[in-house]
Design a protein around this ligand. Structure first.
Ligand code: ADP
Ligand code: ADP
Length: 220
């Protein structure tokens, strides 16, 4: 099933055409990567699908709905921003408990997601004391609260954190087995090759390739 679709999306900042008629889709049970160098338009595209930016034109569909019209659909979506900015004065567990309450997710789920990302032991330390990789893992745990049907990760940069690197593959594979759709962005072919099934390569706001990871590796 097609979980996420962006159709003919365009966005201009001043005279910079950040996205120029981009169409992408992601299906359940697969990890789809949006690959491209810095400045390609990946974050702009993700932020448009999350309705944080209005596109100049184009249409978005998430779980069969127009998210600009039906914000409720975000209850079924987990989103990890690029370089997540989490409150440093809370512990990882406190943040997740707060987040669970705001999302209406039962508290027991905090334990599950902490284990999933390998942060149980560090859960009671302040976020201020975390490494970048640990912040990334807590942000992922937060996105996984309540078992979203769609997980979107902007530049998870798993390579920078050895545990995240080890865990991410397993965590994502578990998720897709249970029917979750995973969409991630990356500027590293190696990361995409390790994690994703399908790749959409974007460059200067246009889609240049869309297909399986194997096809991409064979062609480039
Ligand atoms: P990425 O790592 O995805 O390339 P950027 O460094 O391009 O991210 O962008 C980081 C933040 O700065 C984003 O919020 C983006 O909207 C903003 N930004 C990026 N480029 C510009 C620019 N030329 N003018 C103003 N804001 C920008
Ligand atoms: P990526 O995530 O692939 O690095 P972005 O979507 O962050 O790409 O940026 C695409 C282009 O748009 C870049 O040239 C960036 O500098 C520019 N850009 C991004 N955000 C802004 C912004 N808020 N204002 C002006 N330019 C921006």
């Amino acid at each position: 099933m097609e979980t996420l679709r962006a159709e003919n999306v365009a966005k201009r900042y001043g005279n910079k055409q950040a996205l120029d008629g981009v169409t992408i889709s992601a299906e359940s049970g697969l990890i789809t990567a949006i690959l491209g160098p810095n400045g390609a338009g990946k974050t702009t595209l993700i932020r448009i699908t999350m309705t944080l930016i209005h596109p100049d034109r184009g249409k978005i569909s998430i779980l069969g709905k127009d998210p600009f019209m039906e914000k409720d659909v975000f209850k079924r979506v987990g989103y990890v921003q690029e370089l997540p900015n989490l409150p440093p004065f809370l512990s990882g567990r406190e943040l997740l408990e707060l987040s669970a309450r705001l999302k209406g997710v039962e508290r027991g789920d905090v334990k599950r997601v902490l284990e999933l990302v390998g942060m149980t032991e560090n859960a009671d330390r302040k976020i201020a004391k975390y490494s970048k990789g640990m912040v990334q893992r807590i942000a992922l745990a937060e996105a996984l609260l309540g078992n979203p049907e769609l997980l979107v990760m902007d530049e998870p940069n798993v390579g920078t954190d050895p545990i995240l690197n080890l865990k991410m593959r397993d965590v994502l594979n578990e998720l897709i087995k249970s029917g979750t759709t995973v969409v991630m962005t990356s500027h590293e072919l190696e990361e995409v090759r390790k994690l994703a099934h399908r790749v959409i390569f974007i460059y200067r706001g246009k889609v240049f390739f869309s297909g399986t990871t194997e096809e991409l590796v064979l062609r480039f």
